[in-house]
Write a protein that binds this ligand. Sequence first.
Ligand SMILES: Nc1ncnc2c1ncn2[C@@H]1O[C@H](COP(=O)(O)OP(=O)(O)OP(=O)(O)O)[C@@H](O)[C@H]1O
Length: 208
Amino acid sequence: MVKTSSLTYAYGDGQEMVFPDIDLSPGQHLLIIGPSGIGKTTLLYLMAGLLPPLKGNVAIDGKELDSLSRREMDKFRGEQIGLIFQQYHFIKSLNVQDNLLLRQSVLKDPIDKQRRLQLTKRLGLSEYLDKKVTELSQGQQQRLSIALGLIHRPKIILADEPTSNLDDMNCVKVINLLKEEAEICKSSLVIITHDLRVMSHFQNRVEL
Ligand SMILES: Nc1ncnc2c1ncn2[C@@H]1O[C@H](COP(=O)(O)OP(=O)(O)OP(=O)(O)O)[C@@H](O)[C@H]1O
């Protein structure tokens, strides 16, 4: 499902980062761990086609990302990849529900109300649907970011520190949700984390 080969990257004249190869089957999980600044987020960006590798390539579901035009890549990413990043990408003027609705509209799936309600319920967001995103706590924003990343049942889920702002109860909810979604949708799940609460739930890991 996700396969990387001989990936390297460098920002400008910076030091070249060399990444180990990754080969994940549908439904398989992988934790990426390693010290701050080693390149974990960069590897996730490469896997999402948000950065072009200096060398090597990424294939998702058999499709080589470097064979796609920028426009095709944006479409492919929007449909097939679920991104859960540390920086949230919300429309600040909209409430929680409308952010989710907008995401579904972009994916031409605005009618799947059940999916919206089910995800927000499981993430403990049901009572905040009418709140503006700017009025949410950090933990609530993080959970909305997770809902936005999963709403279209992506084939690959890429999550960067998805539990960093969550209390223990919500951390467990998110771990269970990510695992269940990966299993139900046969999605490959890649998580960057420093969170020991997350590490204890996943065995397969690569250390940068
Ligand atoms: N946009 C950028 N321009 C230049 N250098 C960058 C840029 N983004 C990251 N870097 C550098 O690339 C290296 C890898 O960064 P990256 O964010 O991938 O590390 P990380 O392992 O995810 O770190 P952390 O655990 O602190 O989030 C770091 O040295 C960082 O300073």
